[in-house]
Design a protein around this ligand. Structure first.
Ligand SMILES: N[C@@H](CCC(=O)N[C@@H](CSC=O)C(=O)NCC(=O)O)C(=O)O
Length: 298
C-alpha cells in the first residue's frame, strides 16, 4: 500500500490538521482526505473517529465549520475526514447536487456508469481504514464513526453493515430511511438499480428491521431542520430500533436547523460520547480487534 502524500500541514490546538492525496484502488481515482492529529498523538497511538460529510461537501466543510478539532485535542482523538465521493474529469457526474460527485452516498455502486468509481463504502471501510492504520498514530481497531445528513446515513450504514468495525456510531440529522425519501430513492436507483429489495442492505432503518447488530448509537436531530419531514425520517429508525431492542440515544434539539451551526453546537458532546464509548469498549475487551477487511455480506 502506497503512503498517502501530504499536501497541507496546519498547526491547530496544539496538534496538526493535515490533508493528503492518494490513488484509490477502490474508487480508481485520486482521493483526498484530511486528518487531525491531536497533541497526544505525538506520544503514541490514540483512538480515531471517522467523519462522513453530507451532500455538496468535500473534506473541507467539516474541518472549517464544525469546530471539532478543539474537542479532539482535549480528548486525544484523531479525526479522519474523507471526501464524499470520487472526483475528477474521468469520474461520471450529474448536474444536480444530489447525484454524482459530492453525492456518493457511501454505497458500492452496482450500475453503469457509476460502478467503476463510486465505491465509497469499500473505500472507507477497507482502503482508508487500512491506510490510516498503516501510516498514522492510531490504536488499531479503536475506531468510531460519525457524520451529517448523507454522511449520517453513511455512518449508520457503515456501522450496521460491518459489525465490530466501529465501536460507536453517531449522526447529525441523518438520512435515516433513504429508500423512503427523494434523495435516497434517486441515488439508490442510479447507483444500485431499480430492484428496491437490494436497497435494504444500504438503508439504516431496513438494516435494523432485518436484524443487524449495532454498536452504541447516538443521533441528534434539530426540530427546525428544513429537510426533516421530506428527507430524514428519524422516527422510522427510532421505531425500528425500539422494535428490535437496539439501544439508541435519540435527542431532539429544539429550534436547530440542518446546517453546520447545528453540527458545531453539539460536536463536542458527540466526540466526548465517542471517547467514553471507545474507552469502555477497550476496557471491556482484551480481544484482538477486527480488521477493516471483515465485512457483513448483504
Ligand atoms: N440544496 C442545498 C443542499 C445542500 C446541503 O444542504 N448540504 C448539506 C448537507 S445535506 C445532506 O447531505 C451540507 O452539509 N452543506 C455544506 C455546508 O457547508 O453547509 C444546496 O445545494 O445548497
Amino acid at each position: 500500500m502506497n503512503a498517502p502524500i501530504r499536501i497541507e500541514h496546519v498547526r491547530e490546538h496544539g496538534g496538526w490538521l493535515d490533508r493528503y492525496t492518494h490513488m484509490s484502488a477502490s474508487c480508481q481515482c485520486a482521493m483526498t482526505f484530511s486528518v487531525y492529529l491531536p497533541p497526544q498523538a505525538e506520544f503514541g497511538p490514540v483512538p480515531v473517529l471517522y467523519w462522513l460529510s453530507g451532500l455538496t461537501c468535500t473534506d473541507d466543510n467539516f474541518r472549517v465549520k464544525a469546530g471539532a478539532q478543539r474537542y479532539a485535542a482535549e480528548l486525544g482523538l484523531v479525526l479522519v475526514i474523507p471526501d464524499t465521493s470520487p472526483r475528477g474529469s474521468e469520474v461520471p457526474d450529474d448536474p444536480a447536487y444530489d447525484l454524482g460527485q459530492a453525492a456518493g452516498f457511501y454505497v458500492d455502486a452496482e450500475r453503469s456508469p457509476w460502478s467503476t468509481h463510486y465505491q465509497m463504502h469499500r473505500y472507507v471501510t477497507q482502503e482508508l481504514i487500512g491506510l490510516v492504520e498503516a501510516h498514522f498514530p492510531v490504536r488499531p481497531g479503536v475506531r468510531a464513526i460519525s457524520g451529517h445528513s448523507m454522511g449520517g446515513h453513511g455512518a449508520l450504514v457503515l456501522a450496521l453493515r460491518n459489525p465490530g468495525l466501529f465501536r460507536s456510531a453517531s449522526a447529525f440529522a441523518p438520512i435515516c430511511h433513504p429508500s423512503a425519501c427523494p434523495w435516497g430513492v434517486k441515488a439508490f436507483s442510479h447507483y444500485l438499480g431499480e430492484d428496491e429489495a437490494a436497497w435494504r442492505a444500504w438503508d439504516a432503518t431496513c438494516l435494523i428491521e432485518d436484524g443487524a447488530s449495532a454498536p452504541p448509537l447516538l443521533i441528534d436531530q434539530g426540530t427546525a431542520d428544513e429537510f426533516l419531514s421530506e428527507q430524514l425520517h428519524p422516527e422510522d429508525f427510532s421505531r425500528a430500533c425500539a422494535r428490535r431492542g437496539v439501544p439508541l440515544t435519540m435527542r431532539w434539539q429544539a429550534d436547530y436547523d440542518h446546517s453546520y451551526h447545528f453540527v458545531g453546537s453539539f460536536i463536542g458532546e458527540h466526540l466526548a460520547w465517542h471517547a467514553r464509548a471507545l474507552q469502555a469498549a477497550e476496557a471491556a475487551s482484551g480481544a484482538v480487534p477486527k480488521g477493516p477487511v471483515q465485512e457483513r455480506t448483504a
